[in-house]
Design a protein around this ligand. Structure first.
Ligand SMILES: C[S@@+](CC[C@H](N)C(=O)[O-])C[C@H]1O[C@@H](n2cnc3c(N)ncnc32)[C@H](O)[C@@H]1O
Length: 296
């Protein structure tokens, strides 16, 4: 009997996943609710239910579903991060498993999706390069942190003697590999990979829309500084925050200007900043900033 119950629950779970992929959130919620009614011991069904409740803007219901998922799967970093973001608890960064789960799911349609959202991250960083008066003479050694499918590397290709990328998501890296723009791609968490790479050799480090998954960036700034030549630049975007860093209900972090300047203190000089919007979400522009700091 238990076996049949699980089979029905998996089938309903799959229907929920398909409905959610198609943007039919109410239908997805119904399938996942039926799945948990059939077999309340499947954490994936509770997670699916929570995700559709988030899509339907019902955070309290989502928190209740996530708590059930967490009871069944206490180690799940995906569930923990979603619970943190919905309950106002600011963790220091998104767990690796959350980032790889999110972007492995997302990779196939990522570029098309971001085009629909009017994504501006790479363009904001490129504006900073233009304002700095750099010549696109193919001489720079560039490192792209959280390179994703490679959208962020493209505007910098003509500046690069070599362009290397790092990312946690194997599926995003696969898309970047197909694009063919990178000299070398490394799979891993940025702090860990930076620790293993030879230091002091880069003219430019870029991070477009990556710090939104890393709240506490103090250690990252130290590592980036180790990899830049004196006078080299660190270009990155953040979502605009008011105080320190905070984890928003979107699952992404926001950073304040004061916090970033404090992290840079002693390592970098502030060079430039652009205020703008990085994408459109639920009909609203997401306020963002792009920064250029130079290594002392
Ligand atoms: C929103 S995407 C942006 C991708 C790309 N930079 C662009 O502008 O299109 C964020 C990327 O950062 C990666 N990422 C987030 N946190 C990371 C971390 N701590 N270490 C390595 N990669 C990370 C994700 O896997 C994802 O591919």
């Amino acid at each position: 009997m238990k076996h049949e119950r699980s089979f029905d629950a998996i089938r309903l779970e799959q229907r929920g996943i398909h409905a959610r992929d198609a943007g039919h959130h109410a239908e997805a919620e119904t399938h996942f609710a039926q799945a948990v009614a059939h077999d309340p011991a499947r954490p994936l069904s509770w997670l699916g239910l929570a995700l559709s409740q988030i899509d339907l803007k019902r955070p309290e219901a989502a928190v209740a579903s996530l708590r059930r998922a967490q009871e069944l799967s206490p180690q799940s970093g995906v569930v923990a991060h979603l619970l943190d973001s919905l309950s106002g608890h600011t963790s220091s960064r998104a767990p690796d498993i959350y980032v790889s789960w999110l972007f492995n799911t997302y990779a196939e349609g990522f570029d098309a999706h971001l085009t629909r959202l009017g994504y501006q991250g790479p363009a904001m960083l490129h504006r900073l390069a233009i304002r700095a008066g750099w010549t696109a003479n193919g001489s720079h050694s560039i490192l792209d942190l959280g390179c994703g499918t490679g959208l962020s590397g493209l505007p910098f290709l003509s500046y690069a003697a070599r362009l290397d990328g790092i990312d946690l998501s194997t599926s995003m890296l696969e898309q970047a590999r197909r694009r063919g723009a990178y000299t070398e791609l490394r799979h891993g968490e940025v702090h860990a990979v930076l620790r293993d790479l030879p230091a002091g050799s880069r003219d430019l480090v870029i991070a477009a829309d990556t710090l939104i998954y890393i709240g506490d960036v103090a250690d990252l700034f130290r590592r980036v500084a180790e990899h830049l030549k004196p006078g080299g630049s660190f270009l990155f975007t953040v979502e605009t925050g008011e105080h320190g860093f905070t984890l928003a209900p979107t699952g992404r972090y926001q950073h304040s200007d004061d916090y970033l300047q404090a992290c840079a203190d002693g390592l970098f000089d502030f060079a430039d900043r652009i205020e703008g919007t990085i994408r459109i979400e639920a009909g609203r522009f997401t306020p963002a900033r792009a920064y250029r700091f130079t290594r002392r």
